[in-house]
Ligand binder design. Structure first.
Ligand code: BGC
Length: 563
């Protein structure tokens, strides 16, 4: 869209006219070209994705530590084959489940960026407790508190990135989070592999071998913490939500590298303001008795479940998180060495190497996603990923079923199964690996975005927890059936995306309502018309005709009281 078109948008006189003009083409190219052009967005997204790095690092580090001999000697019930092993791994996911939920009020009250700072503090406390652990309880408490921080980060970082990015780069920018998660997993794996040699692998192993990988993650965590105060700007959408509109305009103009009075910046801030005021006015008109922030938050949570179009979005966001985990990716991330051994790749180093390749492919395959999610759209990428993931599971399961008792005589079948594990990871990484993070950031209205994301991301963590728990049991009892089980879920993902999932590529966040039926109804249209009329008067400095005060004045006072 040209500048004139954006200009026309600001001056347009009807709701229809305003919403029919979209901003997306004004921002320029998507994908790599767009990110290079908007190098500041690339930088911010990469910096905030240090959070994703912490998340991946934490997921990856524990498996290597658990089998180190010094660790096993000090924590016999946790290391090796100890009876508490499963719990020390999963208590982190339970903490993260809680963290994702509690980050919603924090992200609304403190701001997106300071909620990430709080998360870093929790993560740091957890890391120090784990690195310095002298007994099981320190280890468990450390993993739980660290997990809370991770859950907060996994919700706060994509939320923040999604809100600062222009529509043409939103998918690519949020993809950085997945890139960082995959890098964290890979680096922690190889780091464990290296530090296990400190003092020797056997009895003489130094405690540094496992304390160091636990301790080193404080470096990215402190960097992110400091960055929350000095590098990351406030989300302009959050600023508008709390009625700091002048600051929002200044931040937006810096983010878009355009002057404040530029038509594109003006049109975007208008869209954001209209969306925020619409949400606030809806709550005010529907729930006149809700005055305190707690009452309003309660109504907003309730709306998420009772308003059809919001409940639909919530279901979609949660189901996508659930399916992401039930593709079986973490069955592979957590149990790859065991799996590779069971398909006949004998010898520790062979199966470790095969696992190392999983980590590398997971990182490399995320890169194309940066270029494709905003160009081809979420749906196509998800469908491609899902169909190839199901194909992989099907072939692995079938090979497993045929050669279950004769892998030793059929080495090439074992390698073929390994190749399909890698192919699976490749297809996960560019598709649902990334899109499960992008989708929930973009489909909700500002008023309930943080709450909804908290719920969706907590579903991711609880599903992750379940997978961690059931995979070893399935591998023991139903063996090749494990892969048919995941095959079924990847097929569900394919069909569900094909028949039900709306495309969100390039749709401005404030226009998502149209995809979900949220902008239907006369009452809604009237409310939007009043707000847009008021915004137009404001932008022309014309006093708003009203018998009493304007909606804006009333909302202003109320919204400021809430924050
Ligand atoms: C998932 C994690 C998974 C990782 C693998 C993420 O998107 O949420 O559970 O371990 O991808 O790269």
């Amino acid at each position: 869209m040209s500048n004139e078109k954006a200009d026309q948008m600001i001056r347009s006189s009807s709701v229809e006219e305003m919403s029919s003009l979209d901003l997306d083409s004004a921002y320029g190219p998507s994908g790599f070209r767009g990110l290079v052009k908007s190098s500041n967005i690339l930088f911010y997204a990469l910096f905030a994705s240090l959070g994703g790095f912490l998340f991946g690092y934490d997921q990856g580090v524990i498996s290597g530590v658990l089998v180190m001999s010094d660790f096993e000697t000090r924590f016999p019930r946790v290391g090796g084959n100890g009876d508490l092993q499963g719990w020390v791994v999963s208590i982190m996911q339970l903490g993260a489940f809680v963290g994702a939920l509690i980050n919603s009020p924090l992200a609304d009250r403190l701001s997106r960026r300071y909620s990430i700072a709080v998360a870093c503090v929790a993560f740091l406390i957890g890391s120090v407790l784990q690195a310095g652990a002298i007994d099981n309880s320190m280890l468990f408490i450390g993993r739980f508190i660290g997990g809370i921080g991770l859950g907060q980060i996994s919700m706060g970082v994509p939320l923040w990135i999604g809100e600062i990015a222009p529509p043409n780069l939103r998918g690519s920018a949020v993809t950085m989070q997945q890139f960082a998660i995959a890098s964290g997993i890979m680096i922690s794996f190889w780091l464990d592999y290296g530090t296990q040699y400190i003092g020797g692998i056997g009895e003489g192993q130094s405690q540094l071998a496992w304390r160091l990988p636990f301790a080193l993650r404080v470096i990215p965590a402190i960097t992110l913490l400091v960055g929350c105060f000095f590098i990351l700007p406030f989300s302009p959408r959050w600023l508008v939500k709390v009625r700091r509109e002048h600051e929002a305009l200044a931040v937006l103009s810096r983010l878009r590298k355009l002057p404040e009075n530029h038509p594109i910046v003006q049109a975007e801030i208008m869209q954001i303001k209209a969306g925020a005021r619409f949400d606030a006015l809806t709550i005010k008109e529907k729930f006149p008795n809700a005055k305190t922030s707690a009452q309003i938050a309660y109504q907003q949570y309730k709306e998420l479940f009772t308003q059809k179009h919001l409940a639909k979005r919530l279901f979609v966001a949660c189901f996508l998180q659930f399916l992401q985990q039930f593709t079986g990716v973490n069955a592979i991330i957590y149990y790859a060495p065991k799996m590779f051994k069971s398909i006949g790749l004998s010898g520790n180093s062979v199966s470790l190497l095969a696992t190392g390749v999983v980590g590398i492919i997971n990182v490399i395959a995320t890169v194309p996603a940066i270029g494709i999610v905003d160009n081809f759209g979420r749906r196509v990428v998800l469908m491609f990923g899902a169909i190839f993931m199901s194909l992989s599971h099907f072939i692995i399961a079938t090979l497993y079923a045929i050669y279950e008792h004769s892998w030793a005589e059929h080495l090439s079948a074992g390698w073929a199964a390994a190749a399909f594990v890698w192919f699976f990871v490749f297809n996960f990484a560019y598709s649902v690996g990334c899109i499960a993070w992008i989708y929930p950031t973009e489909i909700f209205p500002l008023g309930v975005r943080a709450q909804a994301m908290g719920i969706a991301i907590s579903v991711n963590w609880i599903s992750n927890f379940v997978i961690g728990l059931i995979t070893p049991i399935m591998l023991n009892y139903i063996k090749f059936g494990t892969f048919y089980f995941f095959f079924a879920f990847t097929m569900v993902l394919f069909c569900w995306v094909m028949f039900f999932l709306p495309e969100t590529k390039g749709v401005p966040m404030e226009e998502m309502d149209k995809l979900w039926g949220g902008s239907e109804g006369k009452e809604t249209a009237d409310r939007m018309a009043r707000i847009q009329n008021e915004l137009k008067c404001e932008s022309r400095n014309v006093p708003i005709y009203s018998k009493t005060s304007s909606y804006s004045d009333e909302l202003d006072i109320e919204m400021q009281e809430q924050y």
